[in-house]
Ligand binder design. Structure first.
Ligand code: S3P
Length: 206
């Protein structure tokens, strides 16, 4: 298991910043959004922040800037987001390549966030991404056979996700299992003041 913080120990400020990492199709964004509403956390999706800042889609940014330019822009948006003063705890869904396709974000994330890896293996990912709309949103998955491309990216990135993360969920948990385990994990690491008053399990840890 990757090294991590003691449970409940925020890395910066008084609010904890939790980052979900993992391959495209692993469910990071949906999970982070759901959990943020359940636990009253601030929610950020890094891709959405990038697109809002640029007023362009990820596909357009890849076309305009190339992958290297996209990574530079992604890193700047990440740095800004992570550097904001934070009173309330927050959860951020990273892009699949953030800090693993490009090393720049790695130390920023290690220093300022608690990272959770949503671990899914290539067959599961390819199934989740088989919908043409889902695939079309991801420029790196265009063209070649989906399972081969996902497997290739997974082989490169899986060790990096493990190195980046404090906690790992998976592999290949069902949606219900993922939601339940992530919720339990986040409740166990949240500092007291961010806990929702309506949840007795959380209140007892404050
Ligand atoms: C990418 C994943 C995407 C998006 C971009 C690059 C990647 O995010 O940031 O297309 O390198 O794997 P999701 O993981 O949310 O699909």
């Amino acid at each position: 298991m990757p090294k991590g913080l003691a449970p409940g120990e925020p890395k910066a400020g008084s609010g904890l910043l939790i980052a979900l990492t993992g391959m495209p199709g692993s469910g990071k964004s949906s999970l982070a959004k759901l959990l943020s509403s359940q636990l009253d956390l601030e929610f950020f999706d890094l891709d959405d922040e990038i697109c809002a800042r640029a007023s362009k889609s990820v596909t357009e940014l890849f076309a305009d800037l190339g992958e290297d330019g996209f990574r530079t822009f992604e890193f700047q948006v990440l740095q800004d987001l992570v550097g904001r003063p934070r009173i309330k705890s927050a959860i951020i869904a990273l892009g699949g390549g953030t800090a693993v396709a490009d090393e720049r974000g790695f130390s920023v994330l290690r220093a300022s966030t608690t990272v959770i890896y949503v671990w899914a293996t290539p067959a599961t990912l390819a199934e989740a991404l088989s919908d043409s709309e889902e695939r079309a949103k991801r420029p790196l998955l265009r063209g070649a056979d989906l399972l081969s491309r996902v497997s290739q990216l997974y082989e490169q990135r899986h060790p990096r996700y493990l190195a980046l993360s404090d906690y790992v969920l998976g592999p290949d948990l069902s949606w219900e299992e993922l939601c339940g385990r992530l919720r339990e994990l986040v409740i166990s690491i949240l500092p007291g003041p961010s806990a929702p008053a309506s949840d007795p399990r959380v209140r007892s840890q404050a």
